[in-house]
Design a protein around this ligand. Sequence first.
Ligand code: ATP
Ligand code: MG
Length: 253
Amino acid sequence: MKVLAITNQKGGVGKTTTAVNLAASLAAEGQRVLMIDLDPQGNATTGSGITKKEALPTVYQLLIGAATLTEVCIQTEFGFDVLPANRELAGAEVELIELDEREYRLKNALQAGHATYDFILIDCPPALNMLTVNGLVAADSVLIPMQCEYYALEGLSDLVETLRKVRSHLNSRLEIEGLLRTMYNSQSTLTQQVSNELENHFGSKVYQTIVPRNVRLAEAPSYGKPVIAFDKSSKGAQAYSALAREILERVAP
Ligand code: ATP
Ligand code: MG
């Protein structure tokens, strides 16, 4: 069992797209997958076909101890389970501060699910807040989606510094699982320069799989579907299937 936090404090880099589509693609490879929406925006929830109204209780109730994992967990029609979120989760940010073991709430709540899943994927919000800290403490490793643009590497050094702090104070086993290039435009020279620099710095931590810019990936969430259920032959669907296989090869070569 492996817990992956999909994280990058930079907004709009493809975290949620990666969480939903990697969950569906790992499930299609026969893996037992739980996807956790840790973002009050709730995009991973709706993108998995769960309407916010039926999504009660949510991760919020789980974190404050008002519901159990089983009570919050929803099965999707795409072969993976979801712990949903909605705007209410924004309140947890403040409320968690009052609670015991505030950084460990998610980790403790997930103990009950360890035997049930091969992969737990956590979609983190675009911030280094208490929710993200809960995600990083619960995780074995982080998967970092990034766009290969000018400021990406700068943002990455902030993230690496945060990971170092979490490692020394809260979760010593936290590793970098991999860096994923998203929304890739191979026509752009800048994209290629940043991509090369990324490979020089992080070597084999950079996934060979690259997710291209693909409009089907942007369209699928409005139908409440992962892209493999929406347009299986699209470049986006193929990329996330390839990523799932690359991750499985790394886990068990
Ligand atoms: P936030 O930081 O707000 O949580 P995020 O990092 O989760 O954002 P996404 O929501 O996954 O990012 O993606 C941002 C936008 O880009 C969305 O509209 C999404 O549909 C679109 N998008 C993501 N990946 C791709 C891609 N490979 N090709 C085209 N569009 C994409
Ligand atoms: Mg998101």
